[in-house]
Design a protein around this ligand. Structure first.
Ligand SMILES: NC(=O)c1ccc[n+]([C@@H]2O[C@H](COP(=O)([O-])OP(=O)(O)OC[C@H]3O[C@@H](n4cnc5c(N)ncnc54)[C@H](O)[C@@H]3O)[C@@H](O)[C@H]2O)c1
Length: 163
């Protein structure tokens, strides 16, 4: 089994769901974990719950769709724990809408969080990895990202744009 003793990890979207489960699993394996989310109240509580269980954690409020926010998140991890070895770009939103009914603002919001957010996370983490001995970028996606459109159309009789 893998061991993350001494490793520092950032998990975005860590206030709930897969992000929190990942933060919890990493902490159990010995990692120091920076939980990050836009939901500050719940994120703080989750980081505190892991601390109570004996983990070294920190919480940092960051919107992954904002470049400055992600840069500050990476800086926080390095200032708090001295290094960064892993970033899990997990934060994301889902939207199921018919193409002809989707507002452009909603489309842009999904792209900003789900796509730009992954780019910003990788960009600033890799800048830090290059100052050290490397690191790992983990991107959480969806099986729908590799399902061909024909399959989507089969699943959804009317033509739909699915994020
Ligand atoms: N659960 C599933 O079945 C499923 C399926 C496919 C893909 N995914 C992907 O897995 C990831 C996690 O999914 P989940 O089910 O745990 O979702 P979730 O909604 O439980 O958790 C997502 C977290 O991301 C946070 N978040 C939203 N926007 C943010 C932003 N701009 N910046 C920072 N944090 C933000 C939310 O506050 C929330 O805590 C997402 O990227 C999602 O698209 C999940």
């Amino acid at each position: 089994m893998f061991d993350l003793q001494g490793k520092v990890a950032i998990v975005t979207g860590a206030a709930s769901g897969i992000g929190f489960a990942t933060a919890q699993a990493f902490a159990k394996k010995g990692a120091k974990v920076v939980l990050s989310d836009v939901n500050e109240e719940v994120g703080q509580q989750q980081a505190e719950a892991l601390r109570q269980a004996g983990a070294e954690t920190s919480f940092f409020t960051a919107d992954v769709g904002n470049e400055q926010s992600v840069a500050a998140l990476v800086q926080h991890a390095v200032q708090t724990f001295g290094a960064l070895h892993i970033i899990v770009n997990n934060a994301g939103i889902g939207m199921l809408a018919a193409t002809h009914e989707l507002d452009y603002e909603d489309y842009q919001r999904v792209i900003r969080i789900n796509q730009d957010g992954v780019f910003f996370g990788a960009k600033y983490a890799i800048q830090q990895f290059l100052k050290q001995d490397g690191g790992v970028v983990i991107n959480v996606a969806s099986i729908l990202g590799v399902v061909r459109q024909g399959r989507l159309l089969t699943m959804h009789p009317k033509a739909r744009l699915i994020f």
